[in-house]
Design a protein around this ligand. Structure first.
Ligand SMILES: *Cc1c(COP(=O)(O)O)cnc(C)c1O
Length: 434
Protein backbone atom coordinates (compact mmCIF):
# COMPACT_ATOMS: atom_id res chain seq x y z
CA UNK A 1 0.00 0.00 0.00
CA UNK A 2 1.26 3.47 -0.92
CA UNK A 3 0.39 6.79 0.67
CA UNK A 4 0.02 10.23 -0.92
CA UNK A 5 0.07 13.77 0.41
CA UNK A 6 -3.24 15.62 0.37
CA UNK A 7 -1.32 18.60 -1.07
CA UNK A 8 0.15 16.63 -3.95
CA UNK A 9 -1.25 13.31 -5.22
CA UNK A 10 2.07 12.65 -6.98
CA UNK A 11 4.03 12.68 -3.73
CA UNK A 12 3.98 8.97 -2.87
CA UNK A 13 5.60 7.20 0.10
CA UNK A 14 5.44 3.84 1.88
CA UNK A 15 3.76 3.22 5.24
CA UNK A 16 6.91 3.61 7.30
CA UNK A 17 7.76 6.98 5.77
CA UNK A 18 4.20 8.23 6.23
CA UNK A 19 4.28 7.22 9.90
CA UNK A 20 7.75 8.60 10.66
CA UNK A 21 7.16 11.89 8.81
CA UNK A 22 3.73 12.45 10.33
CA UNK A 23 3.19 15.45 8.09
CA UNK A 24 4.25 15.31 4.42
CA UNK A 25 7.19 17.63 3.52
CA UNK A 26 4.78 19.79 1.48
CA UNK A 27 2.61 20.32 4.56
CA UNK A 28 -0.09 17.87 3.39
CA UNK A 29 -1.50 14.90 5.27
CA UNK A 30 -0.86 11.34 4.22
CA UNK A 31 -3.71 9.22 2.90
CA UNK A 32 -3.76 5.64 1.58
CA UNK A 33 -3.83 5.52 -2.23
CA UNK A 34 -6.85 3.33 -2.06
CA UNK A 35 -9.01 2.15 0.82
CA UNK A 36 -8.88 -1.65 1.00
CA UNK A 37 -12.20 -3.47 1.16
CA UNK A 38 -12.57 -6.10 3.86
CA UNK A 39 -14.08 -9.50 3.14
CA UNK A 40 -17.77 -10.03 3.87
CA UNK A 41 -16.73 -12.81 6.23
CA UNK A 42 -14.86 -10.35 8.36
CA UNK A 43 -17.92 -8.12 8.73
CA UNK A 44 -20.26 -11.06 9.37
CA UNK A 45 -18.00 -12.47 12.09
CA UNK A 46 -17.42 -9.21 13.93
CA UNK A 47 -19.67 -10.31 16.80
CA UNK A 48 -17.20 -13.14 17.48
CA UNK A 49 -13.99 -11.18 17.00
CA UNK A 50 -12.09 -9.47 19.82
CA UNK A 51 -11.02 -5.85 19.55
CA UNK A 52 -7.28 -6.56 19.12
CA UNK A 53 -8.04 -9.30 16.61
CA UNK A 54 -10.14 -6.84 14.61
CA UNK A 55 -7.25 -4.40 14.90
CA UNK A 56 -4.74 -6.90 13.58
CA UNK A 57 -6.85 -7.77 10.55
CA UNK A 58 -7.54 -4.13 9.71
CA UNK A 59 -3.99 -2.84 10.19
CA UNK A 60 -2.55 -5.72 8.21
CA UNK A 61 -4.20 -4.16 5.14
CA UNK A 62 -2.30 -0.91 5.62
CA UNK A 63 1.04 -1.75 7.25
CA UNK A 64 2.14 -4.22 4.63
CA UNK A 65 5.87 -3.75 5.28
CA UNK A 66 5.68 -5.37 8.72
CA UNK A 67 5.10 -9.06 9.25
CA UNK A 68 1.83 -10.26 10.69
CA UNK A 69 3.56 -11.45 13.85
CA UNK A 70 5.27 -8.08 14.38
CA UNK A 71 1.94 -6.35 13.92
CA UNK A 72 0.26 -8.79 16.24
CA UNK A 73 2.73 -7.98 19.03
CA UNK A 74 2.21 -4.24 18.52
CA UNK A 75 -1.59 -4.32 18.31
CA UNK A 76 -2.16 -6.70 21.23
CA UNK A 77 0.16 -4.68 23.46
CA UNK A 78 -1.36 -1.33 22.41
CA UNK A 79 -5.04 -2.25 22.52
CA UNK A 80 -5.09 -3.94 25.91
CA UNK A 81 -8.34 -2.37 27.11
CA UNK A 82 -11.97 -2.56 26.06
CA UNK A 83 -14.40 -0.41 24.07
CA UNK A 84 -17.79 -1.57 25.35
CA UNK A 85 -21.02 -0.64 23.60
CA UNK A 86 -23.67 0.18 26.19
CA UNK A 87 -27.35 0.19 25.26
CA UNK A 88 -29.12 3.21 26.74
CA UNK A 89 -32.55 2.68 25.23
CA UNK A 90 -34.14 0.66 22.41
CA UNK A 91 -32.48 2.66 19.69
CA UNK A 92 -29.54 4.43 21.29
CA UNK A 93 -26.19 2.97 22.31
CA UNK A 94 -23.03 4.65 23.53
CA UNK A 95 -19.58 3.41 22.56
CA UNK A 96 -17.35 3.99 25.59
CA UNK A 97 -13.88 4.89 24.40
CA UNK A 98 -12.44 5.91 27.77
CA UNK A 99 -11.17 2.66 29.22
CA UNK A 100 -7.52 3.25 28.33
CA UNK A 101 -4.87 4.57 30.72
CA UNK A 102 -5.59 8.29 30.19
CA UNK A 103 -9.37 7.83 30.06
CA UNK A 104 -10.01 9.19 26.55
CA UNK A 105 -10.25 7.65 23.08
CA UNK A 106 -6.87 9.02 22.10
CA UNK A 107 -5.22 6.12 23.95
CA UNK A 108 -6.09 3.87 21.00
CA UNK A 109 -4.10 5.78 18.41
CA UNK A 110 -1.38 7.02 20.74
CA UNK A 111 -0.46 3.63 22.17
CA UNK A 112 -0.42 2.03 18.74
CA UNK A 113 1.66 4.82 17.22
CA UNK A 114 4.21 4.76 20.04
CA UNK A 115 4.84 1.04 19.62
CA UNK A 116 5.02 1.31 15.87
CA UNK A 117 7.49 4.20 16.02
CA UNK A 118 9.61 2.41 18.58
CA UNK A 119 9.79 -0.53 16.20
CA UNK A 120 10.75 1.69 13.24
CA UNK A 121 13.25 3.71 15.29
CA UNK A 122 15.07 0.81 16.90
CA UNK A 123 18.13 0.92 14.62
CA UNK A 124 18.56 4.73 14.41
CA UNK A 125 21.21 6.60 16.35
CA UNK A 126 19.75 10.13 16.15
CA UNK A 127 17.35 11.05 18.90
CA UNK A 128 13.66 11.05 17.94
CA UNK A 129 11.63 14.04 19.09
CA UNK A 130 7.87 13.71 19.15
CA UNK A 131 6.13 17.10 19.14
CA UNK A 132 2.44 17.22 19.93
CA UNK A 133 0.01 20.13 19.97
CA UNK A 134 -2.77 19.26 22.36
CA UNK A 135 -6.12 20.82 23.11
CA UNK A 136 -6.38 18.64 26.18
CA UNK A 137 -6.41 14.89 25.80
CA UNK A 138 -3.97 14.20 22.99
CA UNK A 139 -0.93 15.16 25.00
CA UNK A 140 -1.37 12.88 27.93
CA UNK A 141 -2.36 9.95 25.74
CA UNK A 142 0.70 10.35 23.52
CA UNK A 143 3.08 10.96 26.39
CA UNK A 144 1.82 7.88 28.21
CA UNK A 145 2.21 5.89 25.00
CA UNK A 146 5.90 6.87 24.70
CA UNK A 147 6.77 7.06 28.38
CA UNK A 148 10.11 5.41 29.14
CA UNK A 149 10.99 4.52 25.54
CA UNK A 150 14.76 4.75 24.90
CA UNK A 151 16.03 7.26 22.33
CA UNK A 152 12.65 9.00 22.11
CA UNK A 153 11.64 12.32 23.72
CA UNK A 154 8.22 13.93 23.77
CA UNK A 155 7.39 17.66 23.74
CA UNK A 156 3.77 18.55 24.55
CA UNK A 157 2.45 22.00 23.57
CA UNK A 158 -0.77 23.08 25.25
CA UNK A 159 -2.66 26.40 25.29
CA UNK A 160 -2.22 28.14 28.62
CA UNK A 161 -5.47 28.47 30.57
CA UNK A 162 -7.49 26.57 27.96
CA UNK A 163 -7.36 23.05 29.38
CA UNK A 164 -9.12 21.79 32.49
CA UNK A 165 -7.31 21.45 35.81
CA UNK A 166 -7.35 17.69 35.49
CA UNK A 167 -6.05 17.79 31.92
CA UNK A 168 -3.26 20.14 32.95
CA UNK A 169 -2.25 17.82 35.77
CA UNK A 170 -2.20 14.91 33.34
CA UNK A 171 -0.06 16.88 30.89
CA UNK A 172 2.46 18.32 33.30
CA UNK A 173 3.18 15.55 35.80
CA UNK A 174 4.43 12.76 33.56
CA UNK A 175 8.18 13.47 33.80
CA UNK A 176 10.77 11.06 32.41
CA UNK A 177 11.26 11.60 28.67
CA UNK A 178 8.26 13.96 28.48
CA UNK A 179 8.40 17.82 28.62
CA UNK A 180 5.26 19.99 28.74
CA UNK A 181 5.38 23.43 27.05
CA UNK A 182 2.70 25.85 28.20
CA UNK A 183 2.05 28.17 25.24
CA UNK A 184 0.70 31.66 25.78
CA UNK A 185 -1.87 31.29 22.97
CA UNK A 186 -4.68 29.03 21.76
CA UNK A 187 -4.67 25.52 20.32
CA UNK A 188 -4.22 26.75 16.76
CA UNK A 189 -1.05 28.58 17.88
CA UNK A 190 0.26 25.31 19.31
CA UNK A 191 -0.53 23.48 16.11
CA UNK A 192 1.16 26.20 14.04
CA UNK A 193 4.34 26.01 16.15
CA UNK A 194 4.52 22.24 15.68
CA UNK A 195 4.00 22.50 11.93
CA UNK A 196 6.69 25.17 11.74
CA UNK A 197 9.14 23.09 13.78
CA UNK A 198 8.83 20.24 11.29
CA UNK A 199 9.91 22.45 8.40
CA UNK A 200 12.68 24.26 10.34
CA UNK A 201 16.08 23.44 8.80
CA UNK A 202 18.04 23.81 12.02
CA UNK A 203 15.80 21.49 14.02
CA UNK A 204 15.69 19.00 11.17
CA UNK A 205 19.50 18.73 11.23
CA UNK A 206 19.64 18.24 14.95
CA UNK A 207 16.85 15.73 15.48
CA UNK A 208 14.67 13.21 13.84
CA UNK A 209 11.24 14.73 14.39
CA UNK A 210 7.75 13.43 14.17
CA UNK A 211 4.27 14.33 15.23
CA UNK A 212 1.91 12.15 17.13
CA UNK A 213 -1.34 14.10 17.00
CA UNK A 214 -4.22 13.15 14.78
CA UNK A 215 -2.36 14.23 11.64
CA UNK A 216 -0.28 11.04 11.93
CA UNK A 217 -1.78 8.22 9.94
CA UNK A 218 -0.80 5.70 12.61
CA UNK A 219 -2.95 7.60 15.10
CA UNK A 220 -5.87 7.59 12.74
CA UNK A 221 -5.95 3.99 11.53
CA UNK A 222 -6.34 2.30 14.96
CA UNK A 223 -9.39 4.49 15.49
CA UNK A 224 -11.13 2.46 12.79
CA UNK A 225 -10.90 -0.64 15.02
CA UNK A 226 -13.60 0.35 17.47
CA UNK A 227 -16.12 1.23 14.78
CA UNK A 228 -15.94 -2.38 13.57
CA UNK A 229 -16.12 -3.58 17.15
CA UNK A 230 -19.21 -1.43 17.78
CA UNK A 231 -20.95 -3.09 14.87
CA UNK A 232 -20.02 -6.52 16.23
CA UNK A 233 -21.39 -5.64 19.65
CA UNK A 234 -24.62 -4.15 18.34
CA UNK A 235 -27.50 -6.35 17.37
CA UNK A 236 -27.69 -4.81 13.93
CA UNK A 237 -29.03 -7.55 11.70
CA UNK A 238 -27.12 -8.21 8.53
CA UNK A 239 -29.14 -5.74 6.49
CA UNK A 240 -29.22 -3.01 9.05
CA UNK A 241 -26.73 -0.22 8.85
CA UNK A 242 -25.48 1.90 11.70
CA UNK A 243 -26.13 5.55 12.30
CA UNK A 244 -22.94 6.95 13.81
CA UNK A 245 -22.58 10.18 15.73
CA UNK A 246 -19.07 11.46 16.40
CA UNK A 247 -18.17 14.41 18.67
CA UNK A 248 -15.53 16.20 16.60
CA UNK A 249 -12.73 18.74 16.88
CA UNK A 250 -9.82 17.99 14.57
CA UNK A 251 -12.00 15.38 12.85
CA UNK A 252 -9.58 12.47 13.18
CA UNK A 253 -12.19 10.34 14.87
CA UNK A 254 -14.83 11.02 12.22
CA UNK A 255 -12.29 10.47 9.43
CA UNK A 256 -11.49 7.05 10.93
CA UNK A 257 -15.21 6.26 10.90
CA UNK A 258 -15.46 7.30 7.25
CA UNK A 259 -12.50 5.06 6.40
CA UNK A 260 -14.15 2.14 8.24
CA UNK A 261 -17.25 2.76 6.15
CA UNK A 262 -15.24 2.69 2.92
CA UNK A 263 -13.64 -0.58 4.06
CA UNK A 264 -17.07 -2.16 4.22
CA UNK A 265 -18.54 -1.35 7.61
CA UNK A 266 -22.31 -0.97 7.13
CA UNK A 267 -22.91 2.68 8.02
CA UNK A 268 -26.15 4.38 7.07
CA UNK A 269 -25.14 7.94 7.83
CA UNK A 270 -22.67 9.98 9.86
CA UNK A 271 -23.42 12.83 12.22
CA UNK A 272 -20.62 15.27 12.98
CA UNK A 273 -21.25 16.82 16.39
CA UNK A 274 -19.33 20.01 17.11
CA UNK A 275 -19.45 22.69 19.79
CA UNK A 276 -19.44 26.45 19.08
CA UNK A 277 -16.46 25.89 16.75
CA UNK A 278 -18.66 25.34 13.73
CA UNK A 279 -16.39 25.68 10.70
CA UNK A 280 -17.36 22.18 9.52
CA UNK A 281 -21.12 22.57 9.95
CA UNK A 282 -20.83 25.87 8.05
CA UNK A 283 -19.03 23.99 5.32
CA UNK A 284 -21.80 21.38 5.13
CA UNK A 285 -24.37 24.15 4.85
CA UNK A 286 -22.59 26.31 2.29
CA UNK A 287 -19.83 24.32 0.60
CA UNK A 288 -17.40 26.99 1.77
CA UNK A 289 -14.59 26.33 4.22
CA UNK A 290 -13.65 29.33 6.34
CA UNK A 291 -11.33 28.55 9.26
CA UNK A 292 -11.65 30.86 12.26
CA UNK A 293 -9.78 31.24 15.57
CA UNK A 294 -10.86 28.59 18.07
CA UNK A 295 -13.32 29.68 20.74
CA UNK A 296 -13.31 28.25 24.23
CA UNK A 297 -16.13 25.87 25.23
CA UNK A 298 -16.96 23.30 27.90
CA UNK A 299 -16.02 20.49 25.49
CA UNK A 300 -12.55 21.92 25.14
CA UNK A 301 -10.90 18.96 23.41
CA UNK A 302 -13.02 19.99 20.42
CA UNK A 303 -12.09 23.68 20.44
CA UNK A 304 -10.57 23.72 16.97
CA UNK A 305 -11.10 26.46 14.40
CA UNK A 306 -9.26 24.83 11.49
CA UNK A 307 -9.61 21.04 11.73
CA UNK A 308 -6.52 19.42 10.30
CA UNK A 309 -8.29 16.34 8.98
CA UNK A 310 -10.58 18.37 6.75
CA UNK A 311 -8.23 17.79 3.82
CA UNK A 312 -8.41 14.04 4.44
CA UNK A 313 -12.20 14.13 4.31
CA UNK A 314 -12.00 16.01 1.01
CA UNK A 315 -9.54 13.41 -0.30
CA UNK A 316 -11.79 10.51 0.77
CA UNK A 317 -14.61 11.99 -1.30
CA UNK A 318 -12.48 13.17 -4.23
CA UNK A 319 -13.22 16.78 -3.26
CA UNK A 320 -16.87 16.17 -4.05
CA UNK A 321 -19.00 18.40 -1.83
CA UNK A 322 -22.33 16.82 -2.64
CA UNK A 323 -21.25 13.31 -1.63
CA UNK A 324 -19.82 14.69 1.61
CA UNK A 325 -23.02 16.51 2.46
CA UNK A 326 -25.11 13.45 1.47
CA UNK A 327 -23.14 11.27 3.85
CA UNK A 328 -22.59 13.55 6.81
CA UNK A 329 -24.95 15.83 8.70
CA UNK A 330 -23.50 18.27 11.20
CA UNK A 331 -24.80 20.08 14.27
CA UNK A 332 -23.20 22.75 16.39
CA UNK A 333 -24.16 22.50 20.08
CA UNK A 334 -23.83 25.42 22.49
CA UNK A 335 -22.43 25.19 26.01
CA UNK A 336 -25.88 25.82 27.41
CA UNK A 337 -27.30 22.90 25.42
CA UNK A 338 -24.38 20.79 26.56
CA UNK A 339 -25.28 21.38 30.20
CA UNK A 340 -28.98 20.69 29.56
CA UNK A 341 -28.03 17.45 27.81
CA UNK A 342 -25.82 16.22 30.66
CA UNK A 343 -28.88 16.69 32.92
CA UNK A 344 -31.32 15.11 30.49
CA UNK A 345 -29.20 12.01 29.83
CA UNK A 346 -28.70 11.49 33.55
CA UNK A 347 -32.38 11.92 34.32
CA UNK A 348 -33.94 9.97 31.50
CA UNK A 349 -31.27 7.34 30.78
CA UNK A 350 -29.44 7.11 34.13
CA UNK A 351 -26.16 7.63 32.34
CA UNK A 352 -23.42 10.16 33.06
CA UNK A 353 -21.99 11.74 29.91
CA UNK A 354 -19.01 14.09 29.82
CA UNK A 355 -19.37 17.41 27.90
CA UNK A 356 -18.00 15.88 24.66
CA UNK A 357 -20.34 12.92 24.80
CA UNK A 358 -23.17 15.34 25.57
CA UNK A 359 -22.46 17.27 22.37
CA UNK A 360 -22.67 13.92 20.56
CA UNK A 361 -25.94 12.90 22.19
CA UNK A 362 -27.57 16.27 21.53
CA UNK A 363 -26.53 16.27 17.87
CA UNK A 364 -28.05 12.80 17.47
CA UNK A 365 -31.27 14.01 19.06
CA UNK A 366 -31.43 16.98 16.70
CA UNK A 367 -30.89 14.71 13.72
CA UNK A 368 -33.77 12.51 14.85
CA UNK A 369 -36.03 15.49 15.40
CA UNK A 370 -35.21 16.89 11.97
CA UNK A 371 -35.51 13.68 10.00
CA UNK A 372 -38.19 11.93 12.05
CA UNK A 373 -36.11 8.74 11.75
CA UNK A 374 -35.55 6.51 14.76
CA UNK A 375 -33.15 3.87 13.48
CA UNK A 376 -30.58 2.40 15.81
CA UNK A 377 -27.74 4.77 16.50
CA UNK A 378 -24.39 4.76 18.22
CA UNK A 379 -22.82 7.87 19.66
CA UNK A 380 -19.25 7.97 20.86
CA UNK A 381 -18.35 8.85 24.44
CA UNK A 382 -14.84 10.12 23.95
CA UNK A 383 -13.75 10.76 27.56
CA UNK A 384 -14.52 9.53 31.07
CA UNK A 385 -16.86 12.00 32.82
CA UNK A 386 -14.37 12.04 35.73
CA UNK A 387 -11.95 13.96 33.48
CA UNK A 388 -14.45 16.82 33.50
CA UNK A 389 -15.56 16.24 37.07
CA UNK A 390 -16.04 19.92 37.90
CA UNK A 391 -18.56 20.55 35.11
CA UNK A 392 -20.38 17.26 35.53
CA UNK A 393 -20.54 17.41 39.32
CA UNK A 394 -21.82 21.01 39.36
CA UNK A 395 -24.40 20.20 36.71
CA UNK A 396 -25.75 17.04 38.29
CA UNK A 397 -25.10 17.93 41.92
CA UNK A 398 -23.54 14.55 42.51
CA UNK A 399 -20.04 13.39 43.36
CA UNK A 400 -18.14 11.37 40.73
CA UNK A 401 -15.51 8.91 41.85
CA UNK A 402 -12.24 9.64 40.07
CA UNK A 403 -10.56 6.53 38.73
CA UNK A 404 -7.49 5.74 40.87
CA UNK A 405 -4.89 6.70 38.24
CA UNK A 406 -6.45 10.15 38.00
CA UNK A 407 -6.72 10.67 41.75
CA UNK A 408 -2.98 9.94 42.04
CA UNK A 409 -2.07 12.31 39.24
CA UNK A 410 -4.01 15.16 40.89
CA UNK A 411 -1.65 15.03 43.86
CA UNK A 412 1.55 15.50 41.83
CA UNK A 413 3.34 18.82 41.24
CA UNK A 414 2.95 20.65 37.90
CA UNK A 415 6.12 20.85 35.76
CA UNK A 416 5.78 23.01 32.62
CA UNK A 417 7.99 25.33 30.55
CA UNK A 418 6.28 28.59 29.57
CA UNK A 419 6.66 29.94 25.99
CA UNK A 420 5.26 32.80 23.89
CA UNK A 421 3.34 31.72 20.76
CA UNK A 422 6.07 32.99 18.39
CA UNK A 423 8.27 30.50 16.64
CA UNK A 424 11.76 31.94 17.19
CA UNK A 425 11.61 32.18 20.99
CA UNK A 426 9.78 28.84 21.08
CA UNK A 427 12.57 27.18 19.13
CA UNK A 428 15.20 28.35 21.64
CA UNK A 429 13.09 27.21 24.57
CA UNK A 430 12.48 23.85 22.93
CA UNK A 431 16.18 23.21 22.30
CA UNK A 432 17.21 24.09 25.80
CA UNK A 433 14.51 22.10 27.60
CA UNK A 434 13.77 18.96 25.65
C1 LIG B 1 -9.72 14.83 20.86
C2 LIG B 1 -11.04 14.70 21.45
C3 LIG B 1 -12.20 14.89 20.68
C4 LIG B 1 -12.14 15.31 19.23
O1 LIG B 1 -11.64 14.30 18.40
P1 LIG B 1 -11.11 14.65 16.93
O2 LIG B 1 -10.59 13.37 16.42
O3 LIG B 1 -10.05 15.69 17.08
O4 LIG B 1 -12.28 15.16 16.17
C5 LIG B 1 -13.42 14.70 21.27
N1 LIG B 1 -13.51 14.37 22.59
C6 LIG B 1 -12.43 14.21 23.36
C7 LIG B 1 -12.61 13.87 24.79
C8 LIG B 1 -11.16 14.35 22.83
O5 LIG B 1 -10.10 14.18 23.60
Amino acid sequence: MKYFSTNDPNHIVDFRTAVMNGLAPDGGLYMPENIPGLKRDFIENLNKTSLPEIGLQVINEFADNLSRSELEAIVYDAINFKAPLIELDDHTSVLELFHGPTLAFKDFGARFLARLMQRYHQNENKELIILVATSGDTGSAVANGFLGMDGIKVGLLYPSGMVSKIQEQQLTTIGGNVTAFEINGNFDDCQRLVKKAFTDEFLKKKYLMSSANSINLARLLPQTFYYFSAYGQSDCSKDQKMLLCVPSGNFGNLTAGLIAGKMGLPVEHYIAAVNANHVFTDYLASGLYHPHPAVKTLSNAMDVGDPSNFSRILALYNQNFSSISDNITGYSISDQQTIETIKEVYKSLKYIVDPHGAVGYEALKKYREETGLVQKAVFLETAHPGKFAEIVENTLEIKIDLPESLALCMKKEKMAVFSPPDFNPFREILISHI
